[in-house]
Design a protein around this ligand. Structure first.
Ligand code: AHG
Ligand code: MN
Ligand code: MN
Length: 335
């Protein structure tokens, strides 16, 4: 019998062992996420043709200039997630506080955190961007969600992943049963399984970091970065430098090719002593994915998934990718 491709719904329902969370509820939530991504992808693909590029003139909770596509993606995700019927609230990189599901809509016991559009500075120059998501079960009693439901350790995630709007549009996600990649077939509007059981090389060949921040790093970080630029490393020669400026795209390349992405703490912006990346909507979801693929992720000292979020928008240094590379970088920075 010819296979007509494996959809995400089929993969969740049939191709995963008895996973307590691969229930209809999680399938429902991921189905709504997929619909949101298709709407976002449609706007991304025609961005140059409609008035969706450029700035809105606003500044978000992160203190960053907001772009029209950021706002659009955020609005789509909030609207669709609130109608999934299985969550109690959402937290977005773009919003200061959690957004509850209105009382006139059905609620559930999941909650979702997302970065609606990652790599915003690349939107107007047609470079890969993406959407990152992280799903937990609520822990507080009753049907209402509280902020404390969101202040979790990353290892409590039920599912996490990202959509990448690149040369093709992909969904890469985990529910704790390995990492699986699906590619959007635009002719039928469906994400079909293209990369089952993704694993990351133990030792990579690429390092990704914004070297323009060199003067803002402390000596230990410089030593770790120089390890990858020298021949005194596991490769016996310098790693290749690749930096796109969209975390989700840099992460995805290193997941497939092997490598390490580093965004250390720096002294560049006193308001961001732990660097630019956010724990809940960027570091934790990608750390769940990378560990499920056999990789590792630390903040330069400890495992990202062991860090409890003390507030919704707390930031963290991030060293993520091939296990031996992350271990070596972390060892150099903690010696
Ligand atoms: P976002 O667009 O969601 O704000 O994320 C941008 C992040 C991340 O995607 C990327 O790795 C990083 O910003 C790049 O920061 P620098 O320009 O400081 O290197
Ligand atoms: Mn981001
Ligand atoms: Mn973003």
């Amino acid at each position: 019998m010819e296979s007509f491709g494996i959809t995400v719904t089929e993969h969740l329902l049939i191709h995963q062992k008895e996973n307590p969370y691969a229930t209809g509820q999680l399938t429902r939530l991921i189905t709504e996420l997929i619909f949101s991504a298709k709407i976002i992808e449609r706007e991304v693909r025609k961005a140059g043709l409609v008035d969706i590029l450029g700035m809105t003139g606003d500044v978000n909770i992160q203190g960053e200039k907001v772009r029209k596509l950021d706002v659009f993606a955020n609005q789509v995700l909030i609207y669709r997630m609130q109608r999934s019927g299985v969550i109690c609230a959402v937290s977005s990189e773009e919003n200061a506080d959690i957004i509850e599901v209105p009382d006139d809509l059905p609620k559930g016991s999941y909650l979702i955190i997302f970065d609606p559009l990652d790599g915003s500075t690349n939107i107007d120059v047609n470079v890969n961007i993406g959407t990152i998501f992280s799903i937990y079960r609520k822990i507080t009693e009753g049907t209402e969600c509280a902020t404390e439901d969101f202040l979790r350790k990353g290892y409590e995630q039920v599912s996490a992943g990202y959509f990448l709007y690149g040369t093709s549009t992909m969904l890469v996600y985990t529910t704790g049963e390995g990492v699986h990649g699906f590619t959007l077939d635009p002719s039928v509007g469906e994400f079909l399984l293209s990369h089952p059981n993704i694993t990351i090389r133990e030792t990579g060949r690429t390092y990704s970091i914004n070297e323009s921040n060199l003067m803002y790093w402390d000596e230990r970080i410089k030593k770790a970065v120089n390890y990858f630029k020298s021949s005194e490393n596991l490769r016996g020669k310098p790693y290749n430098a690749r930096y796109i400026g969209s975390l989700v795209a840099d992460f995805h390349r290193n997941l497939f090719d092997g490598g390490i992405f580093m965004y250390p703490a720096d002294k560049k912006d006193p308001s961001k002593p732990k660097g630019k990346l956010r724990l809940l909507c960027e570091a934790a979801p990608l750390s769940f994915v990378v560990e499920q693929a056999g990789g590792a992720a630390t903040d330069g000292k400890q495992r990202i998934l062991d860090i409890k979020a003390e507030s919704l928008h707390v930031r963290t240094p991030l060293f993520i990718g091939s296990k031996k590379d992350v271990e070596m970088a972390t060892k150099i920075m903690t010696e």
